[in-house]
Design a protein around this ligand. Structure first.
Ligand SMILES: Cc1cc2nc3c(=O)[nH]c(=O)nc-3n(C[C@H](O)[C@H](O)[C@H](O)COP(=O)(O)OP(=O)(O)OC[C@H]3O[C@@H](n4cnc5c(N)ncnc54)[C@H](O)[C@@H]3O)c2cc1C
Length: 383
């Protein structure tokens, strides 16, 4: 029976008819970008049949596995963006993050997102090999001037003494730069809220189906399967790929590559952990509180392949900053995959007739996701 099923059976008549056939738009990837794009297309085309296909039960990329920073870049991360992209493009990038966060908060509401106006700090640690140097007072002033058209203030970043930081070992910290403008969210609440909006909008969201191939003829064709191979071909009028880190599985000439990040969450601490979100090493390492637990993640710039060694290095960093964390164990650990490339800007464009992509969200896709989704929706809706 199993081999007969594999050879002859596909989706039922009903499954095909109600979810997969005769679509005006299929979106592949049910992360923040795919769901935001589908919602915007629905507003522009109330009668279109739209299906979002996601292969993972929750979302195997970044959208359900991130750290929940509602951020636009730490001082040294933005300094790197300016060097890599130049001032004008770097400002465009930071504007996307800023606008994306405003859109997300407006669309879903702070309560639904579990949004907390935490502020953020960037820490420079004593006795640790640092990826980036402490910005001088002049550099910080220049950064504040450069970013003011986006944030609306010339005081986005400021140097502060380290002693007001709750639970941190002031002796371990050389310098602190704070920003009152960043916040954090509950990532799970965000994705549940987005999915609920998608259902309310009459968009079909199918979890557990893999798109295993795409082709283009008079219309785009996609092969859909309940497993990672084979499947049944369906035509769709339009196709939007929002598969981010996994984009090259379907379109191998895109400049997007997967980069895995490890995230650790401790058991509850006795005292309340820090309220601001924490950036270290130009954003390559990040930490925050979740209720009375500490989260720390990242470290891919250390080039450590073995997960045990990476975990040890992350814990060493955490324990140097928060001595109390030495007495608690790690309660949750997971990995998530970023989509990165040579350039830091996302790719939102048509790639073939009827096929668009919105990918390469990098490390700040919570911030940029809705903005990129909406940009993609505008392109798709016009075709
Ligand atoms: C550990 C970690 C921490 C992060 N922390 C932050 C943060 O604090 N703040 C921030 O702004 N950003 C953060 N990011 C980045 C952010 O999470 C991502 O940039 C963002 O979620 C990307 O959204 P997306 O919709 O483009 O992609 P994803 O969420 O990756 O969604 C793509 C989806 O496509 C699906 N898919 C892929 N191929 C197929 C296929 N062939 N068929 C069907 N489905 C497919 C995948 O399963 C996946 O769910 C973090 C990322 C990681 C990994």
């Amino acid at each position: 029976m199993a081999s007969y099923e594999r050879k002859n059976m596909a989706f039922s008549y009903w499954e095909s008819k109600q979810w997969l056939s005769d679509r005006n738009l299929v979106v592949v990837g049910g992360g923040i970008v795919g769901l935001s794009a589908a919602l915007r297309v629905r507003e522009l085309h109330p009668n279109w049949k739209i299906t979002v296909i996601e292969r993972h039960p929750f979302g195997g990329g970044g959208s359900t596995r991130n750290a929940g920073f509602a951020c636009f870049g730490s001082a040294t991360e933005l300094r790197e963006d300016r060097i890599t992209l130049g001032d004008a493009l770097a400002l465009e990038l930071v504007q996307k993050r800023w606008t994306g966060l405003q859109l997300l908060r407006k669309r879903l509401g702070d309560q639904a997102l579990g949004y907390r106006e935490s502020g953020s700090v960037e820490l420079f640690l004593k006795g640790f090999e640092q990826h980036s140097t402490v910005p001088s007072a002049e550099e910080l002033e220049d950064l504040n001037r450069w970013i003011a058209p986006v944030t609306g203030t010339t005081q986005t970043f400021e140097n502060i003494p380290s002693h007001p930081l709750h639970g941190m070992d002031a002796a371990a910290i050389e310098q602190v730069i704070s920003s009152p403008l960043e916040g954090c969210i509950d990532t799970g609440l965000m994705m549940k809220a987005l999915q609920s909006e998608v259902h309310k909008a009459g968009i079909d969201l199918v979890h557990g189906c893999h798109v295993t191939g795409i082709e283009n003829g008079s219309q785009p064709r996609i092969r859909i399967s309940e497993t990672a191979a084979g499947g049944t071909w369906f035509e769709t009028e339009r196709l939007l790929l929002t598969t981010n880190a996994f984009a090259r599985e379907l379109l191998d000439d895109l400049d997007v590559h997967p980069a895995t990040n490890l995230v650790l969450v401790t058991e509850p601490l006795q005292t309340l952990p820090p309220q601001p979100t924490v950036h270290i090493d130009a954003g390559y390492v990040y930490a925050r509180s979740i209720e009375n637990r500490l989260l720390i993640g990242g470290g891919r710039h250390w080039g450590i392949d073995a997960p045990e060694a990476l975990e040890a290095r992350l814990l060493e960093t955490m324990q140097a900053i928060w001595p109390e964390s030495k007495s608690v164990k790690v309660d949750h650990r997971w990995t998530g995959v970023l989509g990165i490339g040579q350039a830091r800007l996302p790719i939102v464009q048509a790639v073939q007739s009827g096929i668009h992509v919105a990918v390469r969200l990098g490390g700040m896709g919570v911030a940029m996701g809705m903005q990129c989704g909406q940009e993609a929706a505008t392109l798709v809706a016009e075709t």
